[in-house]
Structures are given as C-alpha cells and as structure tokens.
Design a protein around this ligand. Structure first.
Ligand code: 13P
Length: 311
C-alpha cells in the first residue's frame, strides 16, 4: 500500500467513527476531490452544509466557505484542515472600510458575493455566488440602487448583463486577475479549435474574448454538453481534474498567467490542504471554526435569502 492509500483508509475509518463528511471545492487537489463525500461550487457547498446530518464537516475549501458552513449549521463542528486557507477576494474587503463605504450610499442595498467574511455578510442584504448572481440581481426591483461587493470583475460583468449601474467595491481574486490576455491569444492561435471558457471573476478583456463565461459548475457542465474537443480554461486549475474525469476524450489547457514562473493559476490558499492535514484535522478535531452567536444570526439572513431565491 502507498502512503496515500494508508492515509485514505485512515480518513475513511475516522469519518465513519465520528460521523463526519468531507466537503471539497472544485479547486482542491485531485486526490482530495477524489476522497470527498461531496465536491461542488460555492452554492452547492452551501446547500450541502445546510442539509447534512453529519456531526462534523471537514471543509476542504477556503476560510469563508467553512464559515458559511458554520453559519448554516451552527450546531455542527466545522473543521478547516489548514487555518491559513484564506481568500484574497474576502481579504480585499475588510469590514471597517466596507462599513464606511456603505454609509456613503444610504439608499443602496448590499449584494455581496459569498467570498466574504462573516462580518461582511452581517453588513449584507443578500449574498450571491457566481452561479446565481444574475438571478439574485434580477430579483431586485430595477429602481433599487445596489452596492455589489467585493469582486469588481463579477460586478462589472453583472452590470453589463443587466444594464444596471451597481456601485462596485474594488476587490479582485489574485488567481483570475493574473491571467494573461496576450498569452491566451497566442494559445488560441496555436490551438485554433480550442474554446476559451472563463470564470466571471476574470477581468473584462478576457471575458470579451471568451466563448463561454460561467461559475465552476457552469464551466464543467458546458464541457460536458458542448460538442467541442479542446478548451482553454481561465479559472483555478483544480477544476481541470473534474473536466478531464468527466470528458476523458477532450483536451483541457490551463490558461496561462502573466508570470509563467509563478504558478498563479493555482490558488495558494486552496492548495494548502493535503490528505495528511485532512487526516490530522479529523483525528484531532482541529481547526474548528467558531463564531459568536450574534454574528451567526446576522450573517445567516443574507445567505438564507440567497438560498430561498436561487432555484
Ligand atoms: P464558484 O465555485 O461558485 O464558481 O466560485 C469559485 C470561487 O470562489 C472563485 O474564486
């Protein structure tokens, strides 16, 4: 047996003994996706964490995702195998500065992407994910002004789709910001049949040349339903594992970042989790996400509104 196989057996035994589940985002390492009870996009992971009857949720994702699970399941133990698994987007929107920003627009409501801290959610009217963002924005009366936070690229994309003029917080994800338009165009020349598929967190110049734009689950679905055979994928490279698994005869090329030596299309936070850390997390029940009850109460409202609105 390899070391990984031994670890996987130990994780399975602990999961059974402790009545635990492992939830993993599509951006996790392939070996973690393969042992998860459920893999999904941010919206599906929220739904799963609200619905599970497990006693322990091990969240192989980033901090805001584990926090969302805790907010939706406050009686469960939610563990994050590496506490440093943060999110550049969530960090780009600190609560103190956002509160002041919001005060400048007293007649606006706040829609925030789930990629935010619990404190920002407590200052939010409705959350959204990239899967349901358009549906959430379209559910708000057209004459109601909106602040959208924290991703300026997703906000700008939604403004272009809806014709609204939402006020945007100036945040971005370090992975999606780093893709190089020039290198993508070069790749397109080398692979003329390849379609460019991009996450809406990509900057506008990349979205303009994309053949399809969508959340991680939408990109995955597109690769399964589209009749093409080659794709340049402009989102975090972890998603390629599912794309290849579900489409073994198709070719997937990760979109290149500006600096080809930086490996920036790997999210440095998502990739902090390992099988060893998941095993230790389950064994020692660490690192537990804890939030004050009043913060959970406030942060839950906009998430529940989102879950009610997204079908
Ligand atoms: P989705 O999985 O909802 O598309 O979002 C992923 C994400 O957090 C991108 O940074």
């Amino acid at each position: 047996m390899t070391d990984n196989e031994i670890l996987i057996e130990k994780i399975a035994a602990l999961k059974k003994e402790k009545h635990a589940v492992i939830l993993a985002h599509f951006y996790q390492e392939a070996e973690i996706q393969d042992i998860a009870d459920f893999i999904g996009d941010s919206l599906d992971l929220s739904r799963k964490s609200a619905a599970t009857d497990a006693d322990i949720i091990v969240f192989a994702g980033v901090h805001f995702m584990a926090e969302t699970a805790k907010i939706l399941s406050p009686d469960k133990k939610v563990l994050l195998p590496d506490l440093n698994a943060g999110c550049s987007l969530a960090e780009s929107c600190p609560a103190g500065a956002f509160k002041k920003f919001r005060e400048q627009y007293p007649d606006h409501i706040v829609v925030s992407y789930v990629n935010t801290t619990a404190e920002i959610k407590a200052l939010t009217d409705i959350t959204c994910t990239s899967t349901n963002a358009l549906q959430i924005i379209n559910s708000i009366p057209e004459d109601q002004p909106i602040i959208f936070a924290p991703d300026r690229n997703l906000g700008n994309y939604l403004n272009s789709l809806t014709g609204r003029n939402m006020v945007l917080w100036n945040g971005a994800c370090h992975v999606h910001e780093e893709f190089s338009l020039e290198k993508i165009i070069e790749l397109k020349k080398e692979h003329p049949q390849a379609k460019l598929i991009a996450h809406p967190e990509c900057p506008q110049p990349i979205r303009i040349v994309a053949d399809f734009i969508g959340s991680t689950s939408a990109l995955l679905k597109y690769t399964e339903e589209d009749n093409g055979s080659e794709y340049i994928v402009a989102t975090e490279s972890g998603i390629l594992h599912q794309m290849k698994k579900r489409n073994p005869d198709k070719t997937f090329i990760p979109a290149p970042p500006i600096d080809s030596t930086c490996g920036c299309n790997n999210c440095k936070y998502m990739k902090l989790h390992t099988l060893q850390k998941i095993y230790e997390s389950l064994r020692d029940e660490k690192f537990e996400i804890k939030l004050p009850a009043d913060l959970i109460e406030k942060a839950k409202k906009p998430i529940q509104k989102m879950l009610e609105l997204s079908t």
